[in-house]
Design a protein around this ligand. Structure first.
Ligand code: ADP
Ligand code: ASP
Ligand code: MG
Length: 473
């Protein structure tokens, strides 16, 4: 089966009261939090499917381990014991008073950690991304087992189900795509019978496997995507993404002082926000859930009484600026056709090179003979630069950030553009891009971005909210 399958836009009958709960890294950071998650799950209105991320910060460490092994240095031997200790502490806490459960879980966790040494001892020549997935997946392999244990200790019927048996993907390691039809069949075979017996299945987010059983991952932050994939496969009534904030906010809480929770947001806006830096939801999760008709809600694990943010398939009504996002580490590539080059087909050539190297483009601005493109600073540019240089002059500039205003009907409302550009007018801008109806982005020097974000948030959102309040009084 090809990735994605054939189900786009269609949706089977909603399963009886199916819901999917996904808990992010901060929600399962240690034993105490995992226990709180278990309590939250057992008080759910129906038995949910539970998807968990790795304990907060663990995936970063595993990726560093993979990098160290690949480079042939010994850093990983320092990181691994610290990771083991953290998980063993959580395990001891969650199995306190139940030596048999501790023995079993201890053996399972040990087997997971041994995979690092096993993988380090094998040859992965030419398969770097596959190797990284093999190591990075261990975080969720551990956390999902801990979460299942915590649920059982809470009195729930809960079973760990290896996501590799359900989340079938293609073999694009590091950013694998789901095979939706296969996943629907596997979920019906493996998850539905458990749910019918009131057992809570607990699966790893982020992790999948190819048809021949090789471990893949869905990309960083991909546990949200897993929740949406399973929600669609089970025709769930709702998918709840439980995190550490009250929902999608009008601005990144680390950048603005008074962000407000949005009770709802259109999916296109959510996707733009996520794409341009708001980590709170993975863009593919929002796209997938909406394409397959699964309602998605973002909620706070630590304040479950709050209603959170609903992601709507479409948003109508008066135009409104919803939120400001920003993303650091942006790289600007300027490509100018050399005078002797053919005047036509230039853009096609540029994009063909980028596509062949799988380089995702964020922003684009173009004129007759030159094109400016931005990409994420973590991407490896060396080969692309070499190839572009064979037919164009290439300039690369780093140390930039993308600041994005997201809203619905953004440029339809007369005067909105003036207000946005007024706030931006004191900041030197390297590129402006407004390709969609719901976002406009500005490329600025990295050190100016936080100030611009604050200014836009105050000028476009806080002041508007105040005006709204005073007009009601
Ligand atoms: P999890 O571990 O639950 O997946 P993430 O760290 O991936 O959580 O995403 C939640 C974080 O996203 C929040 O703690 C917040 O700092 C950040 N964030 C950035 N922009 C926004 C926004 N507009 N709304 C909400 N959170 C945001
Ligand atoms: N643990 C993975 C990551 O850190 C997936 C996730 O948290 O969603 O990227
Ligand atoms: Mg996340």
């Amino acid at each position: 089966m090809s990735p994605e399958g054939t189900r786009s836009g269609t949706r089977p009958e909603a399963g009886p009261g199916r819901i999917v709960y996904k808990f992010g890294g901060t929600s399962v950071a240690d034993a105490a939090r995992i226990r709180d998650v278990a309590k939250l799950v057992t008080s759910a209105p129906t038995h949910p499917v539970v998807v968990v991320s790795a304990l907060g910060g663990v995936t970063d460490r595993l990726v560093a381990i993979a990098e160290s092994i690949r480079r042939g240095n010994d850093l990983w031997r320092e990181i691994l014991p610290e990771l083991k200790a953290r998980h063993v502490t959580a395990l001891a806490d969650l199995t306190d008073g139940d030596p048999e459960a501790r023995r079993v879980l201890d053996a399972e966790m040990d087997a997971q950690f041994r995979r690092v040494d096993d993988a380090a001892g094998r040859s992965w020549s030419g398969r770097d991304a596959e190797f990284t997935d093999e190591i990075a997946s261990i975080g969720e392999d551990l956390s999902a087992r801990l979460a299942a244990r915590a649920l059982r200790a809470c009195g729930a019927l809960a079973e760990f189900v290896d996501a590799r048996q359900v989340v079938r993907t293609d073999d694009r390691f590091g950013r694998a795509r789901p095979c939706n039809d296969d996943i629907a069949a596997l979920a019906a075979k493996l998850l539905t019978p458990l749910l019918d017996r009131c057992v809570v299945p607990v699966l790893q987010g982020f992790v999948g496997a190819t048809a021949d059983g090789r471990t893949t991952t869905l990309g960083r932050g991909g546990s949200d995507f897993t929740a949406a994939i399973l929600g669609a496969a089970l025709a769930a009534q709702e998918v709840h993404i439980w995190t550490d904030v009250d929902g999608i906010l009008t601005g990144d809480p680390r950048a603005v002082d008074n962000p407000r929770v949005l009770s709802e947001i259109g999916f296109e806006e959510a996707v733009e926000l996520a794409h341009f830096g708001a980590k709170v939801i993975h863009p593919e999760a929002a796209k997938h859930a909406v394409a397959l008709g699964v309602p998605l809600r973002i909620r706070n694990t630590f304040r479950p009484q709050e209603p959170g943010t609903r992601i709507l398939a479409s948003r109508r009504g008066t135009a409104e600026i919803a939120a400001i996002a920003y993303k650091r580490g942006t790289v600007l590539i300027k490509v100018r056709s050399i005078p002797s080059a053919l005047p036509y087909g230039f853009l096609a050539r540029v994009f063909e090179v980028l596509a062949r190297h799988g380089l995702p483009v964020d922003l684009v601005a173009t004129s007759h003979s030159s094109t400016a493109i931005t990409i994420d600073g973590n991407e490896d540019l060396r080969l692309v630069e070499q190839e572009l240089s064979t037919f164009a002059e290439v300039g690369i500039r780093r140390g930039l950030a993308t600041v994005t205003v997201v809203g619905h009907g953004l440029m339809e409302e007369p005067g909105t553009d003036v207000r946005i550009f007024w706030e931006v007018s004191r900041t030197p801008v390297h590129l402006i891009s407004q390709a969609s109806d719901v976002s406009v982005s500005f490329l600025v020097d990295d050190d100016r971005a936080p100030d611009l974000v604050r200014r836009l948030h105050t000028g476009l959102i806080e002041l508007r909210d105040e005006e709204g309040r005073s007009s009601v009084q």
